[in-house]
Every structure is written in C-alpha cells, then in structure tokens.
Design a binder for this molecule. Sequence first.
Ligand SMILES: C[S@@+](CC[C@H](N)C(=O)[O-])C[C@H]1O[C@@H](n2cnc3c(N)ncnc32)[C@H](O)[C@@H]1O
Length: 433
Amino acid sequence: MSKFNHSVKVPTQYRATAKILRTALEKQKSIKSLIFEERHARVRSLQAVLKHYSDNRGAVDQAIEDTGLLTENPNLDPSLAKVLVTELIFGRKQLNGESKPVQTVRRFKEKLQQALTGALTKEEVFKPRYVRINTNLLSIADALEYLASEQWRRKELPADASYPDFLAAIKSLEEDEFMTDINVASVLIFHPKTAYYWASQDFVRSKKFILQSKGTCLAAELLDPPPGSTVLDMCAAPGMKTVHLCNVMENKGRIYAVEQSGDRYKTLCNITDAAGCKIVTPILGDALTMDSNSCPDVEYILVDPSCSGNGMQNRISVVDEQKDDDRLFKLAGLQAKILSHAMRAFPNVKRIAYCTCSLWQEENEKVVQFCLQVNPSFKLLSGKKALRNKWQSVGDSEIANIGKKCLYCRPDSDLTDGIFLALFEKRREGDED
Ligand SMILES: C[S@@+](CC[C@H](N)C(=O)[O-])C[C@H]1O[C@@H](n2cnc3c(N)ncnc32)[C@H](O)[C@@H]1O
C-alpha cells in the first residue's frame, strides 16, 4: 500500500505557480503578463518563486536531472517539480502540506542540495538593496539619524577609498550594516537579504525612501541640473528619475516631464505628487513634438527612451533571451530620433544625458555615434571624469572618441542593474574635443 494519502491536495499557490511556469515554457510567453492574468491572491509569493527559478534555472533543471527526481517519479509534473525544488532550495526553504508531490520533493532535499553544491547560480552575484533618500521629504542627515535609531550600523570608508575598495566593502556588508554610495550621496546600500524588509518598510511606503537601483541614479547625478534651472525629462514615466532630478535641483526651478502613454502618465503624476515634487509639469504627449514653445527655456535634458531592457536584473525570464536584431534596429532608430530631437529643438540647452537599461551596443554607443555625427554642435563628456574617476566600466574602446567616454554599469562588476549612460554638452564657439 502506498504511504501517501492521495487525497491531500497540492496547495493552490504551488499549483498556480506551476501553471504559469508550464505556460511560459511551452508557449514561450512572458512570465510578467501571465502573472498579471493570474487572479490568485498571493501574486507576490508566485512572483518570488518564479524570480528564484528564473535566476537559477540552469542549476535547478540540472539538479532535477542529476538526482533522477522525475525519472524515479514519472507521475510528478515537471513544472510543479521545478517550483517545489526552487521553493525548497532557493525560496522559503520549506514546503507546505503533505501532498504526494511535496513529500516526494522533500525526500530528495539532501540529494538536490548535494547536486547543487558548486553549481553556478545567478544568485551568487551579490545584489545589494539600494535605497535612495528622497530629499524632497527627508534630508540625508535626518535619514542617517533615523537609521541609527533603528539600530542600523553605518559602515564608513576612508575618504580616499578607491572604487574597488568600495565594491569590496559592499560585498562584505553584514546584514545589519549599511553604507552610503561613493557616487550618489543620497543612495544607501544594504545587504541583499534585507530586500524583503525594505519592500514594505514605512519610509518606503511614504516615499521618504525610494527603492531604486544605483545604476539608474547615475543619470540625474551626471546631468546635474543646478537648483533653479529648467529641465526636460523626455521619457519620464514612471518617474523615478524625475523625482531624483527634483532632488538634485532641491525642488527649485522647473521640470517638464513628458510621457506618451496614458496609463504611465497617470503613474508619473501619482509618483511625483506622492514624492513631494513641487516643480514638475507633467505633459501627456510625444517627446518628438515638444519644442521651445511647449517647453520654453530648457537648459538640461534627460533622454531615457524605451529600450530592450536586457540590463535589468529583476526581469523574470524562463526562456533564453536571444538577441533580436530586428527589434534592436527599430529601438535604436527611435532612440536616435529622440536624442537627435533633444539636440535640435531646444536652443538654450546646455547638457543632455542619455541612458538605457540595455547592454547592447546598438542601443548605446552606436546611437551616441550616430547622433554626434548628425549633430556636430554637441560633444561627448567623459562620464568617468564626471564621477571623479570613481568608476571602472566604460564603453567599447574600439569606437574611437566615444566608447571610453560612455559609462556602463555591469551587474557582475558594479553590483547594480545593467545601465548605459552618455553625457553631452553643447559646444561653445571655438570649443575643441
Ligand atoms: C525607460 S522608460 C523611462 C523610465 C523613467 N525615466 C524613470 O526613470 O522612471 C521609457 C518611457 O518612455 C516613454 N516613451 C517612449 N517613447 C516616447 C516618446 N516619443 N514620447 C514620450 N514618451 C515616450 C515610454 O512610454 C516609457 O514610459
């Protein structure tokens, strides 16, 4: 007689997660849209397991094969097995209930752990939790005082610490420690294990703290519009960089924040409002139709257009993302069009920052190269210099006069999302490179 009680059902959250994974794998569909369609109440827990699977897919699949979990248990659904193994090894590290699949996977726990020892998992890349202080609502000094009162220990580096010293210090952060960022003063860095804590923390809810990956904070830092200036944020929603620009400008001056999607425009309005931005004028429209009549006196422009997004670390993907040349060609065309428009339509512009969350040259150095060729009145500034040389990853040096001046944030080496940044300045008469 079987020792399993077959009437014990697999908990709904495991079944719902396995269903999403099965559909994503069979139909090569996006997990994000499948989760969106799923009406299961515990979407967050579904998301967490699928994210762990997406990060450790190779290792989980290999461990299932090496341990014979499916061959020895032919009735076990493969997608459910992946979900249960992921939850047991990478997720909550325990499984609910006494259903047969749950008991089977539990029985294999030791073998699975052995098979996974030494396997290269993506989660081994140290992913700190970055928390940015929204200085519209809370000063840096008050934020540090608050953290001390909450028993967080500040880890400080000597003033002459190099960028490699800084990265090494992040990697050895204790779970109750934090550091301030070497490039962006309002960015705080916490241990990866605090990510769930910060997701629902009070100051995050009230927008005094903003959860924003460090790489995406470099755009406003590089553009550096002074308080009182006039800024155009050409592709603004959801508004993370708009809020940061507002902080850099000490909430003084004016920011035209343009967004063409109606839904995303509403989000932009809500976020900038909740974040205490007093100088943002949101505009629902196409950035390509903006000019010095609709947005007068623009001096600084941020161009953060739609891109392939392949640098984003929080993407949940269970199918190998191939380079799609046709899509990149179309995206690069739009990116170049928007950046070129920024260079042409605003006579008072002084500096422009361009950024993408892509690691493909087609959307990055190539767009920069094209726009400089057709807009010779602009020159490229050294991003590394703008960060006081406290940076390492730059663009492709083969692209002469361009690559080395552009910045990359590379997840493995810079411990943040994959981001590309370029900073342009309008030439003054007689200006050399
Ligand atoms: C990468 S996101 C911007 C993220 C935003 N800067 C932030 O930090 O939160 C790109 C945004 O640009 C918008 N967009 C794309 N093309 C546009 C255009 N021609 N005019 C205005 N908005 C555009 C997209 O709808 C999308 O919301």
